[in-house]
Design a protein. Structure first.
Ligand SMILES: Nc1nc2c(ncn2[C@@H]2O[C@H](COP(=O)(O)OP(=O)(O)OP(=O)(O)O)[C@@H](O)[C@H]2O)c(=O)[nH]1
Ligand SMILES: [Mg+2]
Length: 651
């Protein structure tokens, strides 16, 4: 394949990385995002443009405040271009010394200024004092600088008070784009840990840069003492190197001089040991090799950062999945908390009434001589309209009590630092939650817990996702203080009996009657007993498998509540009814469908109310983050894999 095609494909893969990465930013905490975006910036502003175009390499003079950076820069560039003052922190922007032929070339200048990542137009410096104002980089034409090199005067990285560094951000940004650093330090700063830490990160942050060390010190210091100090710096900025002396391109000393301060002389810079003079070293750099080495190591570092970002994004998405699904399970539990009593007496009474209304006239009259005339009239006139049920105040009161209690428990759970949830591992919907939690626990992410509690159930502990912690805390606070009575009242109306259920009761009566054998038909009077069932029957909820509770009961199967697997409601039929085994079975079979229909009909709208008024607000951000980052994450994975495969083939 020819080189052009390879370059285009590589460029496309890099563009895909940039595009996908930017969409993943919301998954990272501030520090992580800064770190990740600096890699993306480098890719955008340096690696991609330099795949096709040539541009001078950047040699940046760096160091603490007032160490003499601008003095050294002016010396290399051959003029008094940059402002020099005794006041530390004077230089607040970048000044680039560029060969005049580059300055004339619009395309190269555009590319060069794009490397500064400011999207700035190239503007020449007019007065040295312009360096005092923060702002976009400026340039100065310097015939002394070779065409393939741009030398940069940069802001210091250590002036300011406490943790507030005045110019550090500006320094960091420009050093990240540079290829070679000239680090200037003094006797006061050579062993300053904060300074050497900064330089170490600048040199090896994203990709490795070459470095030249210049020690400004008294001319009276002997070379061996000066070298010892320089080695200390080398050891601090290359702590992992077996021989730090080999890491620098060159080591120099710059003598303190009042003549330099007065502007009467150039600084004297001497190599420590054998080697070219400093300006000779810089202007004679093998620029192709320097750029290639820098780009190669920057690409490798960017890819490593992308892998880290993918891992972190996956982890963050697990946190979001775990929280979203746990909240959904809690909503389901809240529904059950509201529906923990079944208006059995009311339904049974209506069932018996419908049953009687559907009896052949003779049987009906024989069994129920006291029936209301209106119903007989209805029957004979074939007007078999479903009987309307009036809501039972007693049941409504009970429901409100249960439901308020259930919502209070839900809110209290949501406001805890970590959600504590029991899920059915058999439930297909919670597979994602279980996998996410197992992964988070195995990666020792703080406060996550997942343990099997037997019988197909698992106990989960799910803290608020780190990304949304503060937003969620405020949101939950708001929900808690929000007026709940209005929608809780609506839930009560839903829970009470309705005309649809009456229709179901009528249908069930007709279905049952059609299936009855002659013997069963003869037991018409049996149904009168069901009206004796207690008005409110407590429901026992069982997940996963139906396990009959002690005594006689009707087990209704309830499906489609998130994360609860097979859900069964067991309602006891009191022994006091005195039913024999056959009749008990008959009652159970007949009523099962009715119970199921009742639960299924109430479950959905009550869940919807809980979601709309409580839980949707807690998971809204989780859901949207999961949606917007899913495709970018797989695109990033794909693009990184593509580049890795290329590297593999190239090796
Ligand atoms: N004695 C002595 N003073 C120097 C030498 N080089 C620079 N200076 C003085 O140190 C002070 C700071 O020099 P600059 O070149 O402005 O230092 P800088 O590192 O650019 O400072 P900032 O831009 O403020 O970070 C000035 O007063 C210089 O004249 C030197 O070799 N010897
Ligand atoms: Mg300066």
């Amino acid at each position: 394949m020819n080189e052009k095609v390879i370059t285009v494909e590589l460029e496309q893969a890099f563009h895909r990385i940039v595009e996908a990465s930017e969409k993943l930013y919301p998954l990272f905490l501030d520090d992580e995002r800064r770190d990740f975006s600096s890699a993306v910036d480098l890719l955008t502003h340096k690696v991609i443009p330099l795949l096709r175009h040539e541009c001078p390499i950047l040699v940046a003079v760096t160091g603490g405040g007032s160490v003499g950076k601008s003095t050294l820069f002016n010396f290399i560039a051959g003029g008094k271009y940059s402002g020099v003052k005794s006041r530390a922190g004077y230089t607040r922007r970048t000044l680039a010394a560029i060969h005049p032929s580059v300055v004339c070339d619009k395309a190269r200048m555009g590319l060069l200024f794009d490397l500064f990542k400011k999207n700035a137009l190239p503007v020449p410096i007019k007065m040295p004092d312009e360096m005092l104002a923060p702002g976009e980089p400026l340039y100065v034409e310097s015939p002394k600088i070779p065409e393939q090199i741009a030398v940069l005067d940069t802001p210091d990285f250590d002036t300011g008070d406490k943790d507030e560094f005045a110019n550090r951000d500006a320094a960091e940004e420009i050093l990240a784009s540079s290829d070679v650093l000239v680090y200037l330090f003094t006797n006061q700063t050579y062993n300053n840990k904060a300074n050497t830490d900064f330089v170490r990160k600048a040199i090896s942050g994203i990709g490795r840069r070459k470095v030249v060390l210049v020690y400004r010190c008294s001319a009276a210091y002997p070379d061996d003492e000066v070298l010892e100090h320089v080695y200390t710096v080398l050891r601090n900025i290359f702590p992992d190197s077996t021989d730090p002396r080999l890491e620098a391109l060159g080591l120099y000393r710059m003598d303190e001089s009042d003549a330099v301060v007065k502007g009467e002389a150039d600084p004297t810079i001497r190599p420590l040991g054998e080697g070219p003079d400093m300006v000779g070293l810089i202007t004679g750099l093998d620029v192709v090799e320097a750029r290639r080495a820098c780009l190669r190591s920057q690409c490798a570092a960017i890819m490593a950062k992308m892998n880290d970002a993918i891992e972190k994004a996956v982890l963050r998405r697990w946190e979001l999945v775990a929280y979203r699904d746990s909240v959904k399970v809690l909503s389901s539990h809240a529904v059950l908390g509201g529906l923990k009593n079944f208006p059995q007496g009311l339904v049974m009474e209506k069932f018996a009434e419908c049953w009687r209304a559907s009896q052949p006239t003779l049987v009906r009259v024989a069994h129920w001589p006291g029936r209301k005339l209106t119903q007989l009239v209805d029957f004979f006139s074939k007007k078999r309209e479903p009987v309307q049920l009036s809501s039972s105040e007693e049941y409504k009161k009970k429901f409100l009590e249960d439901f308020r209690d259930s919502i209070a428990k839900l809110l209290s759970k949501l406001s805890q630092p970590a959600l504590s949830v029991e899920v059915s591992s058999a439930s297909a919907e919670t597979q994602g939650l279980c996998v996410a939690l197992q992964n988070l626990v195995s990666q020792h992410v703080k406060d996550y817990g997942f343990s099997s509690s037997g019988k197909g159930k698992a106990e989960c502990s799910v803290p608020k996702p780190s990304l949304l912690k503060t937003t969620l805390e405020n949101e939950i606070q708001e929900i808690t203080s929000h007026n709940k009575e209005e929608w809780i009242g609506r839930a009560a109306s839903i829970a009470c009996l309705d005309t649809d259920l009456v229709k179901d009761i009528n249908d069930l009566v007709h279905d049952t009657r059609n299936k009855l054998s002659f013997w069963e038909k003869s037991k018409e009077g049996f149904w009168a007993t069901v009206a004796m069932l207690p008005p409110i029957a407590a429901v026992t909820w069982t997940f996963c498998t139906y396990e009959p509770v002690v005594g006689t009961g009707v087990a209704a199967h309830l499906s489609a509540l998130f994360g609860l697997g097979d859900l069964w409601a067991t309602l006891a039929i009191p022994a006091s009814l005195g039913l024999d085994v056959a009749n008990k079975r008959f009652l159970e079979d007949g009523l099962k469908g009715l119970y199921e229909k009742w639960f299924d009909r109430k479950r959905e709208p009550i869940l919807k109310l809980i979601e709309e008024n409580v839980t949707d607000r807690c998971i809204r951000d989780c859901v949207s983050l999961l949606e917007t980052t899913e495709a970018p994450l797989s695109r990033l994975r794909e693009a990184v894999k593509n580049i890795r495969n290329r590297e593999g083939r190239a090796e």
